[in-house]
Design a protein around this ligand. Structure first.
Ligand code: ATP
Ligand code: MG
Length: 320
């Protein structure tokens, strides 16, 4: 378990992390989300004792990081995959880490195997591809068999097989009862990996909730319905006082959890349905909506994220 209380970091004028209080629990994967510059990496560095908080504190299983006797056995982390001695082989890099942390050398072979680097264990790390470097970083995090694991953007630069592997690894680490805390900008991937979410913007806590609750609260759910008797269906819904949006492509959309009443209404009017599908907006849409105001670095072309999201609603013509 990782507990943050009022954690704050100021760099001169810049308040990078602003009184964050939350707990990362064992047994689930907790996703850590926020726009660029939101303060995720700074928060993670403070969790690992690599940066000193301006205010507040972090407890790792009840202790301060500085007070842990063998930190790698409590908490393993991948913060920056490039932060290693490139002249060493993968095997020697891990062996040095093991020796300086009282970890048996036999763990080196085990973790190399876990991350799939056994065949290149004797090659120099500086010749590694981005994905191989990420795998080596993850091997380092796993070395001490820690109860807590922290990864800052671990899927950066990985190919689809590597991304799938990381997802499976994180889920299995959590299912063993470990605490897994991971940041990522890949929303579709996060939606598949994380059970719980902590979202920050400009250093402040925006959400600390389950994935399902986060999406339900920050996005629109709707029902998509298609019928060969399009006009009759649209008119029947309208007469029943149900607001309908013409979504194009012969489809109608109705806000909310309305699949059952629409199905029953269609049956009463003897209307054939070709589609009646409840839809939930994606994590990406929910994230963009929640963080729209705290995005610091906008691209200058194209609509702002919030507009883009709303565009989805404004596309269709309201008829009801
Ligand atoms: N050593 C530092 N000195 C001064 N400012 C810093 C330092 N480290 C981070 N910052 C600032 O703190 C803020 C938070 O940065 P941080 O790297 O934690 O964000 P992040 O959420 O990890 O972003 P990204 O998604 O781009 O990785 C940024 O405005 C950044 O410029
Ligand atoms: Mg970062």
């Amino acid at each position: 378990m990782i507990e943050l209380e009022g954690l704050t970091k100021r760099y001169g004028e810049k308040l990078a992390v602003d009184h964050l209080t939350f707990t990362v629990r064992p047994g689930v994967v907790t996703g850590f989300l926020g726009p660029n510059g939101a303060g995720k990496s700074t928060t993670m560095r403070m969790m690992l004792g690599l940066d000193r908080p301006t205010e507040g504190h972090v407890r790792i299983d009840g202790q301060r990081y500085e007070d842990l006797t063998d930190p790698l056995k409590y908490i393993g982390a991948l913060l920056d995959a490039k932060a290693m001695h490139g002249g060493r082989s993968a095997h020697n890099h891990l062996l040095c880490l093991a020796q300086s942390n009282g970890i048996p050398a036999s763990r080196v072979r085990e973790v190399l195997d876990t991350v799939g680097l056994t065949s290149v264990a004797r090659k120099k790390a500086k010749g590694f591809s981005l994905g191989m470097g990420q795998r080596l970083g993850i091997a380092g995090a796993l070395l001490g068999d820690p109860r807590i694991l922290m990864f800052d953007e671990p899927v950066n630069g990985l190919d689809p097989e590597g991304i799938h592997w990381i997802r499976t690894l994180m889920k299995s680490l959590a299912s063993q009862g470990r605490t897994v805390f991971v940041s990522s900008h890949l929303m579709s991937e996060m939606a598949l990996t994380a059970d719980h979410l902590v979202v920050i913007g400009q250093g402040r806590l925006l959400a600390d909730t389950t994935m399902a609750d986060f999406i339900a609260r920050n996005s629109r759910s709707f029902v998509r319905v298609r019928s060969p008797q399009y006009e009759q269906l649209r008119d029947a819904l309208h007469q029943a006082g149900i607001t309908v949006v013409e979504a194009g492509g012969g489809a109608l959309e109705v806000d909310g959890d309305m699949a059952e009443p629409i199905g029953e209404l269609a049956a009463r009017h003897h209307l054939v349905l070709h589609e009646l599908s409840p839809r939930q907006a994606s994590l990406e849409e929910a994230f963009m909506r929640l963080t729209a105001e705290s995005v610091e670095y906008h691209a200058h072309s194209g609509p702002a994220p919030d507009r883009e999201w709303r565009g989805d609603l404004e596309h269709g013509k309201k008829v009801g």
